[in-house]
Design a protein around this ligand. Structure first.
Ligand SMILES: Nc1ncnc2c1ncn2[C@@H]1O[C@H](COP(=O)(O)OP(=O)(O)OP(=O)(O)O)[C@@H](O)[C@H]1O
Length: 244
């Protein structure tokens, strides 16, 4: 991955398995968001390929790329709701764009998805009229509108207090189970990493490559890379400090 001549990461090779909650980890500026953007096809890799279900995404023609994208739900750090539209209209949008559902069908799906994220009855509110945590959940309802196979998140709990953030984590797990999706997320939040992720990759800014790959709990205890163990042990040391 590179921006012009500037190399960000090289020699990345990992699999995300169906049903994983997969976390992209690493220190600030190592290239986590850049990796997510590559996986979403927003940036082309300088070299190499990204495969979905064994098929090249990077080299696919535009129509095949669009078809692959249909199966994805994406939520960005800011939530990315359209502020001039109500919550209900935001969730309606992907169905208007990509399906031939009738108005009544769309209304049913909107009600159902909002109920799944705990926002039943908030259809007619504007994003500015609800809390930050609710906006994230509304964005999640929009991301799952088309029953995606893969849900991508960039820092889902950024800007939330710890309780809202852990509720969002629980919601991600519940949704993943109810719609059977695979989850790929960038996060700094250790509670999220340990409570919900079963697989991960750690990008290192110094060596500009991945230095760990696997279950984060196992990496915390057994990684042969001290920097990875330290990164993942931060939570334990913060908890010990709080207890003093
Ligand atoms: N559009 C861009 N053009 C040039 N360089 C960029 C661009 N976007 C990001 N970078 C650089 O690439 C590197 C990786 O950025 P990226 O945002 O992917 O890191 P990150 O790990 O997600 O960081 P953080 O955890 O701080 O959000 C940084 O040094 C950043 O300055």
């Amino acid at each position: 991955m590179a921006y012009g001549p500037r190399l960000i990461q090289r020699d990345l090779s990992f699999d995300v398995n169906r049903g994983d909650i997969f976390v992209i980890m690493g220190g600030s500026g190592c290239g986590k968001s850049t990796l997510l953007k590559h996986m979403l096809g927003l940036i082309q890799p300088a070299a190499g390929d990204i495969l979905y279900n064994g098929k090249s995404f990077t080299r696919a023609d535009p129509a095949s790329r669009d078809a692959m994208r249909r199966g994805w739900g994406i939520t960005y750090q800011s939530g990315g709701l359209f502020s001039s539209m109500t919550v209900g209209e935001n969730v309606t949008l992907p169905m208007q764009l990509y399906t031939r559902y009738s108005e009544a069908e769309i209304r049913d799906v909107v009600n159902y998805k909002l109920a799944l994220v705990g926002l039943a009855g908030y259809q007619s509110y504007y994003p500015s009229e609800i809390s930050g945590g609710m906006r994230k959940r509304a964005a999640l309802a929009r991301a799952i509108a088309l029953d995606p196979d893969i849900l991508f998140f960039d820092e889902p709990s950024a800007g939330l207090d710890p309780i809202s953030s852990s509720l969002l984590d629980e919601l991600i797990v519940q949704l993943k189970e109810s719609i059977g999706a695979t989850v790929v997320m960038v996060t700094h939040e250790l509670p999220s990493i340990f409570s919900i992720a079963n697989n991960s990759v750690y990008l290192d800014a110094n060596s500009k490559t991945m230095i760990a790959y696997g279950n984060p709990r196992e990496l915390r205890d057994h990684s042969d890379q001290p920097v990875v163990r330290q990164f993942l042990a931060r939570e334990a040391s913060a908890a010990a400090e709080n207890a003093q």
